[in-house]
Design a protein around this ligand. Structure first.
Ligand SMILES: Nc1nc2c(ncn2[C@@H]2O[C@H](COP(=O)(O)OP(=O)(O)OP(=O)(O)O)[C@@H](O)[C@H]2O)c(=O)[nH]1
Ligand SMILES: [Zn+2]
Length: 212
């Protein structure tokens, strides 16, 4: 019963609650969506009126407890999340969808196992494979359904990840523009960023000074 879609449901998700959410970047409207089957609670943070032209700025962000809550410097997730909210707030309009798919979909326990393997010299892709997973197990369908719930056929998407871009487009989201979202490399995350660029095709400019 719990997993049946509510009247306001859309595809794989049902809208379950909402409130105003003041943040360091200003006040957003926070919406929670329950995903059928998994029960995962995804979030949309919305600022301003999303209708009309131009298509709103949008970030589809995947959960990273270590980077976003604990301040881990192994990845760029915390600064990307902060940057995305700041850019939406600067325009006064946009949507951030926060998907609860920790560790590119393998969950926290396995992500930490993958980190331990990276400490032994494997890169982020090799570590996932050693654990028996594909490099990326994420599912963007809930994000597509959340955008549909808001009646948003078009977005300007902040990402460097071509797989995310093509997955959203394949599911019918019209990404009218891709906007890079670049975190400054640090001594701790430089190898990780390099692997994302070289093995996962991420569209980074700055790692080698912006020439590629
Ligand atoms: N399995 C695994 N997951 C990781 C690792 N480092 C970060 N993650 C997860 O990766 C997800 C973020 O994905 P990224 O590949 O960093 O970036 P992205 O969101 O695909 O791409 P952008 O839109 O350009 O930011 C989060 O769910 C993190 O928890 C790792 O070494 N192994
Ligand atoms: Zn992270």
């Amino acid at each position: 019963m719990k997993q049946q879609q509510a009247a306001s449901g859309r595809g794989t998700v049902s809208h379950s609650s909402e409130c105003d959410m003041p943040t360091a970047h200003g006040c957003f409207r926070m919406h929670v969506f329950a995903e059928a089957g998994s029960g995962r609670e995804h979030v949309a943070l919305v600022m301003g009126d999303l209708g009309g032209e131009p298509a709103p700025l949008c970030r589809v962000h995947s959960e990273c407890l270590t980077g976003e809550v604990l301040g881990s410097l192994r990845c760029d997730c915390g600064s990307q999340l902060d940057d995305a909210l700041a850019r939406i707030a600067a325009l006064g309009r946009g949507i951030l969808i926060y998907l609860r798919q920790e560790g590119r979909g393998i969950g926290l326990t396995e992500k930490i196992r993958a980190y331990a393997l990276q400490d032994q010299g494997l890169d982020t892709v090799e570590a996932n494979e050693r654990l028996g997973f594909d490099a990326d197990l994420r599912n963007y369908r809930p994000a597509v359904d959340i955008l549909a719930w808001f009646g948003l056929p078009q977005v300007r998407l902040m990402t460097n990840n071509p797989s995310k871009l093509s997955a959203l487009r394949a599911e019918g989201v019209e990404v009218v523009n891709r906007e890079p979202i670049i975190a400054d490399p640090t001594a701790h995350n430089e190898a990780y960023l390099r692997t994302k660029r070289d093995r996962m095709g991420h569209l980074f400019d700055p790692l080698d000074g912006g020439e590629d």
